[in-house]
Each structure stands twice: as structure tokens, then as C-alpha cells.
Design a binder for this molecule. Sequence first.
Ligand SMILES: N[C@@H](CCC(=O)N[C@@H](CS)C(=O)NCC(=O)O)C(=O)O
Length: 244
Amino acid sequence: MEQCGRRGWPLTLHDRSGAAGDYAKMPFMRLLYHFSVSPYSRRVRLALLQKRVSVELRDALGNAALLEEAQRLGAVKTVPIFVEEDGRVLGDSTVITHYLDRAYPSETPIWPTSSEDAFAVFEAAMLADAGLAALADPGIRYYGLRDSSTWENVQREYAGRAQRAIDALADRVSSLSRPTVAASGWSGADMWIYTFVIWLETLPKIAHEAAFAAQVLTFGCTLPPALQRWADQHRDREDVRALG
Ligand SMILES: N[C@@H](CCC(=O)N[C@@H](CS)C(=O)NCC(=O)O)C(=O)O
């Protein structure tokens, strides 16, 4: 069991990743199928902590049985997959977090409701999503096509898109007069940017053992110091530290 927060964070995230198949015998609780290093999954884990919604974590990375379970549940076969207490299943990080805001309205919103914050928050989330997809789709999903004669052009196009999104995020966080994108505080925008930055920082460290990281690095994108400095302000948050 992973304790969320070392100074009394009120939630527990139970990680019984190794125990696929035993669950029919247990009382049902909310589940999150996730990949420990995936920014899509990690942003949902931050959102769950913000909403103080407890889940049982099932890390499907490298666990064939759990991955099969997750893929059986989700029509488009991606993680994260959120399973409600009553067994209803939702995929897609953006959708899950919008659902959490509506299903658990008494806690701080993940997506701020004021029009003052909305523009910057949704723009930042879009840039993080676009940058991540421009690297993860061709760099991981479609990397098998790299021997195609058109690969160089495709790679240049997607690397350009990713870098423009990353640079735009650096520009946005540099112009903030506070640590968070929204005036109302930590929000989905910060979760989206932070988990993307951490993923980009992690790639060179794991490239020797993780093929996907080495593949993404062939796109040659760079992480501006402004984004790392922005992330520095959040690295010690209890919820961020609880991600491990
Ligand atoms: N739009 C989805 C994307 C999720 C996604 O791409 N997840 C990756 C893990 S990082 C995945 O499941 N990859 C497995 C696959 O595509 O087969 C979201 O926001 O949740």
C-alpha cells in the first residue's frame, strides 16, 4: 500500500498491482489502471488527490495480466482507465478529470470555473496535450514506420510541433506572477504541465533501459530552463511527492 503524502495526506492509494484476479472476492472500490511513468496517468493521480477520491492503483506497466484487464475494459485500449465504485468505466485523462469535477463537486475544482482563469488554463492544457501527443504518437506508437522514406519529414514535422508547444508553455509560465497558471491556485493546467515536464526530464535518464525513451529522444526536442524552474516550485508538494 502506498501512503499518499508523508505528512498526513488524507488519502491512501492501495497498490496491489501483482494481484490481478483476486478482486472478485473483495468488496468493490474505485480503481485506476495506470502506467507509473505515464504523464496521462500521473495527471489523473494528481487530480484524484485534489478531489480526495481514493482509488486502488493497478500499475499495468510490465504486468501483462493487468494490461489485458485494462484493455478489456477500455474501448480504445489506452491507460489511464478509471473504474467507479459501481463498475462504470471511463478512459482518457481529460474526460476522467472533467467527470471527477462534476461527480465530486465539493472539493477544489481541477478545472477552474471562473472565466478569468479559463482561457489560460485550457490553453496550457491544450499545449501540454499537443506537445505530448506530437512526441508520444510517432515516437512510441508509430516508431515501427521509421524505415519509411517519408519518416524524416514526418519526424521533422512532429518534432517542430512538439517544440513549439513546449516553447509556448515556457513562455506562458515565464509570464506568470505566481507559481500556478490559475489565480485560484493549483489546477489541471499545472497537473498537465508538471507531468509533461517530468516526463521530458526523465527520458534521458531512462533511455539506456527503456526503448520508448530513446525513440522519443531521436526527435531532438529540448526542455527550456524556464519550464524546469517553474516545476522546481512544485516538486515538494505533498501530492506531487506522493506520485513517487
Ligand atoms: N488521450 C489519452 C491518451 C492515453 C495514452 O496514450 N496512454 C498510453 C500510455 S502513456 C497508452 O495507453 N499506450 C498504450 C497504447 O497506445 O497501446 C489520455 O489522455 O488518457
